[in-house]
Design a protein around this ligand. Sequence first.
Ligand code: KG4
Ligand code: ZN
Length: 334
Amino acid sequence: KKDNYILGIETSCDETAVAIVKNGREIISNVVASQIESHKRFGGVVPEVASRHHVEQITIVLEEAFENANMTWDQIDAIAVTEGPGLVGALLVGVNAAKALAFAKQKPLIGVHHIAGHIYANRFEREFEFPLLALIVSGGHTELVLMNKHGSYELIGETRDDAAGEAYDKVARMLELPYPGGPQIDLLAAVGEESIDFPRAWLETDSFDFSFSGLKSSVINTIHNARQRGESLKKEDIAASFQASVVDVLTTKTWKAAQTYNVKQVIVAGGVAANQGLRKSLAEQFETTDIPLLIPPLKLCTDNAAMIAAAGFVAYEKGKHAGWDLNANPSLVL
Ligand code: KG4
Ligand code: ZN
């Protein structure tokens, strides 16, 4: 069987990324231009700034992806691009680049859901076995998704308010930590003590949904009350206690869902999958079962285009091509 090479493009948030992937499972090149430095002084991603950076970076990143792979356009079988969800102006840069390239080079075009990409980042490490449970934890998402086959996604739980990464970033801001706050809290938590008993939102007994806004409010109130009493809490301890609450709920619900649906694999995806506390807790929980746990290496946890090409390959194999009417969809459903 002939080898297939998919070119992936990702511009949904603040990374401009292009990658080339062989047969959906082997990274040939993977270039990511991060804009974090430009957004840092605003304390978060500024959509208009992000779009402009993508426009500046996309052709440079594309050329580098080909250079690193030592490949030419005639070796590419299809172009896969993130069509949503994400920032509309940012998504539009990738989608229009992909459409223009697909038209000019006469290649099939494939639209990819960003979260499907995060899930498929795990396929570089190990082949999927179904049914499979995916925990998706990022700046915009906290979801438990059941997959019975490639390209099929059933939502079994999701956040009712803030995403896990969003909660991390908001608490980081309260602690006056630089953007992005998730990794900063992770570092502080490693040296802090879980001395504050923050709430855990378990919701209804059988629910696989999440809620993090109550926890966020509890952190604000705790800091505020301590200040009024003239006490000062250690940032490390707040970070450790906050992280313990998030990690406890994520681990327990994922474990329960894995038992309920009798899955063969559990995979973790999204930026918060980089969290050391979460990785450790999940690893310990699943060590006691015979369900294998997959967490991608740090580099593939955060936004990249290799994961988009990997998810795109599945659609390519099924002949699911997009038309010229492919458009950025900021609220695309999985
Ligand atoms: O998947 P991602 O790169 O972008 C989205 O699609 O949202 O995830 C970014 C999110 C941010 O909220 C960031 O603070 C969080 O992932 N994050 C972390 C860690 N590394 C990134 N959160 C907790 N601990 C980390 N080590
Ligand atoms: Zn992402």
